[in-house]
Design a protein around this ligand. Structure first.
Ligand code: ZN
Length: 232
């Protein structure tokens, strides 16, 4: 399972991307991270990035040796597009299409494109993202077909042979907790609980057994239910 090449991980500082980071560190000789700043109301996630990276590196010496630079790309232009609860101070509700109104159409397509541009410059062949079709929240560009189509478009458009990895694509939140435990033991599980952030409202005042968050937003609900299943 070890691969002597380099990988770039889409890393937000949340539970899913932290699990993806551990997954990549277990496989690839050199791993860098990329994050996107776009005026999220959960900008608290961005402040989790550095401590989470440090915490993950501290779990295994081989991971520390493999973890390279962090890159933050300013995509604040996304905040100017459309009505978005993630980028404007409005209530998160569901639209008639069944999507949260936090939806920025094509956001993951944009993330993958920018990740590939950076991967090209950094000489990384592998791009790892936490897209997931199982807990499908309605974002069509998180689906397996969308990611596969992007891999094809990027490889044709950049004349490269990038491999897009989505280790969480077919597993649910309970299995994501279990994957983290398998990769990094209790140390990684504790780090995810204490340091990572998923809540749409950026609430870090309430500590639950699964971590910090408001406990009622869609992201908190998914995380809490997954953890309850995982420890059951
Ligand atoms: Zn929440």
């Amino acid at each position: 399972m070890h691969d002597p090449s380099s990988a770039l991980v889409l890393f937000s500082g949340g539970q899913d991307s932290t699990t993806c980071l551990a997954w990549a560190l277990e496989r690839f000789d050199h791993v860098e991270t990329i994050g996107f700043s776009y005026g999220q109301r959960h900008a608290i996630e961005m402040t989790c990035r550095a401590p989470v990276r440090q915490g993950v590196a501290a779990i295994k010496p081989v991971w520390a040796a493999r973890l390279g630079m962090d890159h933050v790309i300013d995509l604040s232009v996304l905040g100017t597009i459309g009505e978005s609860a993630l980028t404007r101070e409005i209530e998160i509700t569901m639209t008639k299409e069944g999507l949260p109104n936090s939806f920025v159409p094509g956001r993951n397509i944009a993330f993958l494109a920018f990740a590939a541009m950076l991967a090209y410059r950094r000489g990384a062949r592998h791009i790892v993202g936490g897209m997931c079709e199982t807990d499908f929240s309605g974002y069509p560009d998180c689906r397996d077909d969308a990611v596969k189509a992007m891999q094809l478009a990027l490889n044709i458009g950049m004349a490269k042979d990038f491999v897009l990895h989505t280790p969480l694509m077919w597993i649910d939140k309970a299995a994501t907790w279990s994957l983290a435990r398998q990769l990094g033991g209790m140390d990684l599980q504790e780090l995810i609980i204490e340091q990572t952030h998923t809540c749409y409202y950026g609430d870090r005042t309430q500590r639950h057994d699964w971590g910090y968050g408001c406990g009622v937003c869609p992201a908190c609900t998914l995380r809490a239910q997954g953890f309850a299943q995982f420890i059951a």
